[in-house]
Design a protein around this ligand. Sequence first.
Ligand code: PBG
Length: 325
Amino acid sequence: MDIRHRPRRNRRTPALRNMISETHLGPEHFIYPLFLCEGNGQKIAIKSMPGQFRLSADNLLKEIAECQALGIQSFALFPAVNDSLKNSTADESFNPKGLLPTTVKMIKDKFPDTCIITDVALDPYSSDGHDGIVKNGQILNDETIEVLVKMAVTQAAAGADMVAPSDMMDGRVGEIRKALDQAGFTNTGILAYSAKYASSFYGPFRDALDSAPKFGDKKTYQMDPRNSREALLEAELDVQEGADMIMVKPALAYLDVIQLLKQNFSTPIAAYNVSGEYAMIKAAAQNGWLDGEKAMMESLMAIRRAGADVILTYFAKEAAQILRK
Ligand code: PBG
């Protein structure tokens, strides 16, 4: 046979394959989302996310120390707020003595080298379980931003390195940037959830925080999974308004969107490998239906290959342990 090109020649040995590998994955690319709760000595398993826990501050600090030893430097924090503190205006979200700001302060005191990212959205604090303020069944945009701004400044004051608006209200990045600057937090970054889709893959996360919407869905603010040009618009607005990094969420069902933003923007791109994506692999692995470790590494690599500079993933610690070997 007259076969001049044999691409298999470059795949013949590990040395050859490693030499020409295009994508690199390391612990420096991970942001590890962690759930925190009140109390002491708490480590409460999250049923739909095997291997993930709600941690009280003492255990959270231990977890962060272990992760740092594995090379993970960045953490996204999500508080599980007691129902008694939730109300329709999410007032607890900007209480400087609340669970989140006090925990951020403790972390930054003990581990100043970490990058701590805090979520800006009302849902963990809202008795309606929505990311914004609800009136007559509608999610109010501008009234919500007034709360988001106070939340972001409170988090920055506590020491957050970046605030991450995940609410999808229009114009919130610009207002948050302005408020941070006015309060003197010019060095606090904004990681914008820019292309955040109304996804069924958030189910386990809402279990973890007990934050599912009490009525309806989030389709009037989160994006329609049928659209990708709309992601360009959302990203463009966030970048113009001052976002330092932009995010696509979820990751695996939206690799095309990650690639699209990578090709069109020069800000770093983050991708959120969400709770449902984690749960699917864990469940299949527990059933012996696929090799969980291999599926995890392949998914993370795919997210990087699509163009994500950083990946928010519940696999961070496990993957870092494998990468270390
Ligand atoms: C809330 C928020 C959600 C997630 C991160 N921030 C849930 C939602 O929008 O309903 C989901 C993360 C995950 O599923 O892992 N604003």
